[in-house]
Design a protein around this ligand. Structure first.
Ligand code: DLZ
Length: 510
């Protein structure tokens, strides 16, 4: 009567639902590195290495506890290449009479798993993933009957439900949101925290060699790999953030700078999303810093909002709206992804910086993602599917439940405003205000048109002119449309032509 318990690469939490009633004497835990998961999109090399190494360490921890683990490495000659194939092999090998799994984080795999019971001939129990504050049902209940699904209102409900930063039923400091204080550019002379590099042990070394050989043609470099791959390592990274960066996280959370990928950000999203940290402990830790007066409210509230609010909200939207959500394309964006997204080779310094840092670290912080790579894709009219695949590939923290709503809804407005009250489109001025990227750029951010004008400027106006039929009625865009209305047709056509000529001049393949 052996039970086979499946743990996926982003379910590395000892308390994950599939393991709660584990009987070490009877049950076998299955973990499998499979080509199918590594290449359904061609993930960044560091993402694959992080997941494989963290999986191997998690398996070692279970074994140290006396748990029987069937761990299938990628280079095992009998590896079936898919999760379904590995579950089938394991059921036969251990004589399992039942399979227990935790619900996965991507629609495509979830859909596949729903067919496993029929294919395997044994019962397959798929348990709700309860590592989140809000279950899928709870989110659906909140969403029911609402005309607009705005994060801010969901977040307030989660604050009330959990008691984080609350005085009774009122928010600490008298406000729910301190975002207005969190928009400072970096000041000169400010020392950025030095992120601790996690050590590379023999397990990680073996994985890095494997990934370097097997996925040599995937995006990204392994050279700077320094992700923690154990729970202890992830806790140390959390501690490092809390003590070194949290107090200034709020002030500078939107700031960007050349060769500064992390600024004051936590850089714990890969650990949270793979299960090495839980959102509950992370929020508790931040709240303790506020209670002990070691971090200000704007920093702690901003941080907790990202996790208790935004992260839970995007997961809720994903499961509420998929699979149709991914098919929407409200702005009819059709252009292919420019090739520089893969090489970083562009004269636009902000893009080459952000893509370069992504190549080196499999990471960018939220404003680099939203206002540089995302903003460009939005105003250039790149097809949502191509942009979404890029985001899913290049970031170590990206699984579709979190990547898709962030890219599709927030960045690209492809859902027509379900998530965002206006498109996050901007010209070069925003990037100039929040970063030093424009210094030394081949383009001039102050120029609106002409050969050396910053392309973000005319692309921004062309985006608004092109989409006027869909966006003009949005009250948050009233100001830029008033400006456009002062321009005659010749001027508007000139902007559209300049934008088209620039975009047509880009390379779209190697
Ligand atoms: C992302 C990923 C990769 C690269 N490889 C594996 C793997 O070999 N085995 C595994 O169990 N999980 C892997 N993952 C994570 C899965 O893709 C993830 O569980 C699903 O996408 C659902 O979120």
């Amino acid at each position: 009567m052996s039970v086979l318990r499946l743990v996926l690469g982003d379910q590395l939490t000892r308390g994950v639902a599939a393991l709660t009633d584990l009987d070490p004497a009877r049950d076998v835990v299955l973990m499998a590195e499979v080509t199918g998961e590594a290449v359904y999109v061609r993930h960044h090399k560091q993402k694959i290495a992080f997941i494989f190494s963290a999986m191997r360490h998690f398996a070692e921890d279970l074994r140290a506890e006396g748990v029987q683990v069937r761990y299938v490495k990628l280079d095992d000659p009998d590896n079936a290449g898919s999760l379904k194939g590995e579950v089938a092999r394991a059921v036969a090998a251990v004589g399992a009479t039942r399979v227990v799994a935790t619900m996965c984080g991507e629609w495509r795999l979830h859909h596949d798993m729903l067919g496993w019971e029929a294919a395997l001939g044994v019962p397959v129990e798929i348990r709700e993933d309860d590592r989140f504050f809000a279950s899928r049902d709870r989110f659906a209940l909140w969403a029911q009957g609402r005309r607009e699904l705005r994060m801010e209102f969901f977040y307030r409900e989660m604050r009330r439900a959990t008691g984080f930063l609350m005085d009774g039923d009122q928010p600490r400091g008298g406000r729910w949101n301190f975002d207005a204080e969190n928009r400072k550019p970096l000041a000169g002379g400010l020392d950025l925290p030095q992120r601790e590099r996690a050590p590379i042990d023999a397990i990680t070394r073996e994985v890095l060699d494997l990934v370097g050989q097997r996925f040599a043609d995937h995006f990204g470099s392994l050279e700077d790999f320094d992700w923690a791959v154990t729970r202890d390592g992830a806790l140390a990274a959390l501690d490092d953030f809390i003590t070194q960066a949290l107090p200034r996280f709020g002030d500078y959370q939107d700031a960007m700078a050349a060769d500064a990928p992390f600024v004051f950000h936590a850089v714990i999203s890969p650990y949270l999303n793979a299960g090495l940290l839980t959102p509950h402990e992370v929020c508790r830790r931040a709240q303790q810093e506020f209670d002990a007066k070691r971090a200000p409210l704007n920093a702690v509230e901003g941080f907790i909002r990202q996790i208790l609010g935004w992260r839970e909200y995007v997961r809720g939207i994903y499961w509420l709206k998929m699979p149709d959500y991914a098919e929407t394309n409200a702005l009819q964006a059709k252009r292919p992804l420019p090739w520089f997204y893969w090489t970083g080779e562009t004269e636009m310094r902000c893009l080459s910086q952000v893509i370069g840092m992504t190549h080196r670290h499999a990471y960018s912080h939220h404003i680099q993602r939203l206002m540089v790579t995302g903003n460009f894709a939005l105003i250039a009219g790149i097809a949502p599917r191509e942009v979404e695949e890029w985001y899913l590939i290049v970031y170590a923290d990206a699984y579709e439940w979190v990547e898709l709503p962030n890219t599709h809804g927030l960045s690209l407005y492809a859902d027509g405003g379900l998530m965002a009250s206006k498109p996050y489109a901007s010209g070069g001025a925003y990037i100039d205000r929040m970063s030093d990227f424009c210094c030394g750029c081949a383009y001039e951010v102050k120029k609106k048109s002409g050969p050396r004008a910053c392309p973000f400027n005319y692309l921004y106006w062309a985006f608004l002119i092109r989409n006027a039929g869909k966006l003009r009625g949005n009250p948050r865009l009233a100001m830029p449309y008033r400006t456009i209305d002062r321009w005659d047709d010749v001027r508007q056509q000139g902007i559209l032509m300049e934008a088209e000529a620039f975009l047509d001049g880009l390379a779209y393949q190697a």
